[in-house]
Write a protein that binds this ligand. Structure first.
Ligand SMILES: NC(=O)c1ccc[n+]([C@@H]2O[C@H](COP(=O)([O-])OP(=O)(O)OC[C@H]3O[C@@H](n4cnc5c(N)ncnc54)[C@H](OP(=O)(O)O)[C@@H]3O)[C@@H](O)[C@H]2O)c1
Ligand SMILES: [Zn+2]
Ligand SMILES: [Zn+2]
Length: 388
């Protein structure tokens, strides 16, 4: 049966890619679903099978609930640019079949005997990693993502038992309670999902670089999932926020809906130069290749540039960094302690991501739209109602 399914996927998928106007989607979808029903495995998900990145239904086994584990019925999963990167093997290390998704929200359906922080029925989230050594200096500080033995990523990671982790485009997940967060009551599940990666990825360096300084100025490069969270946090911290975008279509909403103070089309050299030495902080979340130097010249003396994205290379003249004694730094998601703090901060300050909720059947198209920068500002998959 598995072989039959692989055959079906191999035969149909290139065909589907070439014919985006295919009207027979429903039939194809039903066929694939029928196959996944007959595959072995206690969990239904959607997986990419090869670097084409095309996803389709896929069954696999999740482990039994261990002493310290919680089992979570997934209701929503946000779509991060990381899902584009790994479904298409852009970093060269994708392990197929690959089930993406690391902005997971759901309801606890079972807990192991040692679990103390959660009970059945709790609203919880899981972010970008699901394991670490729990014994090193960084784990001790609640900075597990920096674990000296390496944290295990939520998908495409190799867990301690040797299995390849599978992410949140799936019906449920089993995870050690340490890597699970309480979603505060009355915070809507579909809005909580983007906080688990996009939210913490910008919040963590903003706290580390002391950006909670009302009156200071922040530049945000790239207005997608991460970028729009940086704008929302920036405003909540009392900063003057300038958005640098390649998409003029995002201008009005950036100013009115997200509350940015200024919007600059990054291709407009005059507008860029006018901001020379005007920014205290820059958060760079632009997913594609771009120049760094024009932005470094916009920083004031002692300014801080935080790179969050993965362009092919980082290149700038030493002078653009040294003159003004600037800091150029990187960051990767955040620790469990700060993630819970960020969730509580968003609840207390009524900070809500702007999302487009989609069914799992739309996932392939949503990834395409992210590549085309056509996202306002996070796709969130309604797993509960569409993954069947
Ligand atoms: N460090 C971490 O822990 C971490 C965590 C998650 C994601 N990431 C990385 O962060 C980046 C952003 O992720 P995301 O989920 O926010 O992506 P996203 O929602 O797809 O948004 C990315 C935005 O970047 C801008 N952009 C795209 N190509 C560009 C180019 N060639 N030059 C300039 N701007 C460009 C676009 O905004 P405009 O239309 O406004 O120009 C686009 O909407 C990705 O590289 C992702 O892999 C890192
Ligand atoms: Zn992510
Ligand atoms: Zn550790």
């Amino acid at each position: 049966m598995v072989r039959y399914k692989e055959l079906l996927v191999n035969v149909t998928m290139p065909f589907v890619q070439e014919l985006p106007y295919l009207t027979n989607w429903c039939t194809l979808d039903r066929l694939l679903n029928m196959c996944s029903e007959n595959e072995p495995g206690n969990c239904l998900g959607w997986a990419a099978r090869d670097p084409s990145g095309v996803m389709s239904p896929y069954r696999f086994d999740r482990r039994a609930v261990g002493n310290d584990d919680v089992s979570i019925k997934i209701t929503h999963c946000g779509m991060c640019y990381a899902d584009v990167v790994w479904t298409r093997n852009l970093h060269g290390d994708s392990k197929y079949p690959l089930v993406p998704g690391h902005e997971i929200v759901g309801i606890v359906k079972e807990v192991g005997p040692n679990v103390s922080r959660f009970k059945v029925g709790d609203h919880v989230g899981v972010g970008t990693y699901v394991n670490s050594c729990r014994d090193c200096e960084f784990c001790d500080e609640g900075m597990e993502v920096c674990c000296v033995k390496g944290s295990v990523f939520t998908f495409n990671g190799v867990d301690v038992d040797g299995t390849v982790t599978k992410g949140g485009y799936s019906s449920f997940i089993v995870v050690h309670e340490r890597y699970c967060y309480k979603i505060p009551e009355n915070y809507p599940s579909h809005l909580a999902a983007p906080l688990l990666c996009a939210g913490i990825t910008v919040y963590s360096p903003m706290i580390r670089h002391n950006m909670k300084q009302p009156g200071k100025s922040l530049g945000v490069i790239g207005l997608g999932g991460l970028g729009h969270m940086a704008v929302l946090f920036g405003k909540a911290f009392g900063l003057k926020v300038t958005v640098f975008s390649t998409s003029i279509s995002k201008k009005e909403e950036a100013l009115t809906v997200l509350g940015a103070d200024n919007f600059v089309l990054s291709s407009d050299e005059q507008q860029m130069k006018a901001l020379n030495k005007s920014l205290d902080f820059i958060i760079d979340s632009a997913s594609g290749d771009h120049h760094f130097e024009p932005y470094l010249w916009l920083l004031k003396t002692f300014g801080v540039y935080v790179l969050l994205s993965f362009p092919k290379e980082v290149k700038f003249s030493p002078a653009s960094l040294l003159i003004g004694m600037k800091t150029f730094s990187g960051s990767i998601t955040g620790g469990t302690k700060l993630t819970q703090e960020m969730l509580d901060f968003c609840t207390a300050h009524k900070i809500y991501p702007k999302v487009e909720v989609v069914p799992i059947q739309y996932a392939n198209e949503a990834l395409e739209r992210m590549i085309k920068r056509d996202v306002k500002y996070r796709f969130v998959i309604d797993i509960e109602d569409s993954l069947k």
